[in-house]
Design a binder for this molecule. Structure first.
Ligand SMILES: [Zn+2]
Length: 334
């Protein structure tokens, strides 16, 4: 059997991790695999053509997973409580001077900056409670690599690699959502939702690296843990922001096209980071920046945090993530 070792070269220095598929050979039954494929991983018929499903094995591109009868699933190890927990935060986008070019500017503010401020506030809360926190970028207008704007794909890869290198117990990707109203940009709608890994569509298994990611998601309980984490975060987000979860029937093109409904407010979606990050992950899309009232709240830089004037509304969001993470880790300490 092949030993699968993936080497990664990052900005001149070399580091590697290994996902050892051999560890998972002959463990899972045919029914277990089919159930998980249907429930979380396969979004459309096109992806079915990339999978070779037989009585005794599943072929995914270059790789083969053989079925067995032990039905064993390893569970991700997580600490009880925040003390000693390693938590990675990825404030999405770049913001700052790049906000207009990356089409995330709302005029008075931009998503990349909100994401960054939220991560900074959340980092402070988590560290105060004893967690070790890694944030993928270090300022407004910055990505994870020097020339992030010139190489957005490389920036996303670097974020994922840096997170995996940190080896977190859990990862939070922080985003604010936008959604056009019927008469232009602003809307009366407002909602929260979160993405977890899964929902592969046609063409998304073309690369050996993606095939291995797909198999990792199939054989570990990363998806199940991500769902649990995202449930906890969404529950806290509704309470902390006073804004509900997205209506399952909301006519949103990406939910229809690219997502699998898991449960209220939680959807599987194959994004660069939900696929690449190797820990339980909650990819949060909080609030609608295009909601009329929310726009006003997010425009108001009424709080001073570590020398930065930021909207107090991002503190509501950061506190919600904090409470959700705490709940996930089964921590009751304040
Ligand atoms: Zn975003």
């Amino acid at each position: 059997m092949k030993k699968l070792i993936l080497f990664l070269f990052l900005t001149g220095s070399c580091w590697c991790w290994s996902f050892d598929l051999d560890r998972y050979q002959y463990l899972f039954t045919y029914d277990q695999v089919v159930d998980k494929l249907d429930r979380y991983l396969v979004k459309d018929d096109a992806i079915q053509e990339d999978l070779g499903l037989y009585e005794d094995r599943l072929e995914v591109g270059e790789y083969t997973l053989y079925f067995g009868d032990r039905g064993v699933v390893d569970s991700f190890k997580k600490p009880v409580g925040l003390e000693g927990a390693r938590i990675a935060l990825d404030p999405g986008h770049i913001g700052g001077e790049y906000a207009v070019m990356e089409r995330r500017s709302m005029g008075k503010f931009c998503e990349g900056d909100l994401n960054y401020w939220t991560a900074r506030v959340l980092k402070g809360m988590l560290e105060e409670a004893g967690a070790e926190v890694f944030v993928t970028r270090s300022g407004l207008g910055q990505g994870a690599i020097e020339s992030a704007w010139e190489d957005l794909c490389g920036d996303l890869r670097a974020r994922g690699d840096l997170i995996n290198q940190f080896d977190p117990h859990l990862t939070i990707c922080i985003h604010y959502n936008a959604h056009r109203g019927p008469n232009g940009l602003m809307t009366e709608d407002n909602f929260n939702l979160a993405f977890v890994p899964g929902a592969f569509i046609g063409g998304e298994l073309d690369h050996p690296e993606w095939q291995l990611d797909f198999l990792r998601l199939l054989v570990t309980d990363q998806i199940e843990q991500s769902i649990l984490l995202s449930h906890c975060v969404m529950e806290a987000m509704v309470e902390g922001t006073g804004v509900g979860l997205i209506d399952r029937n909301e006519p949103t093109s990406y939910l229809e096209r690219a997502c699998i409904f898991i449960d209220e407010g939680v959807y599987a979606r194959n994004l660069a980071l939900t696929r690449r990050v190797e820990s339980p992950i909650c990819y949060g899309e909080s609030l609608l920046m295009t909601n009329t009232d929310e726009f006003d709240r997010l425009s108001e830089r009424d709080t001073c945090f570590e020398g930065m004037w930021i909207p107090s509304r991002v503190c509501d969001v950061a506190k919600s993530y904090f409470e959700g993470i705490k709940h996930y880790l089964n921590c009751s300490a304040d």
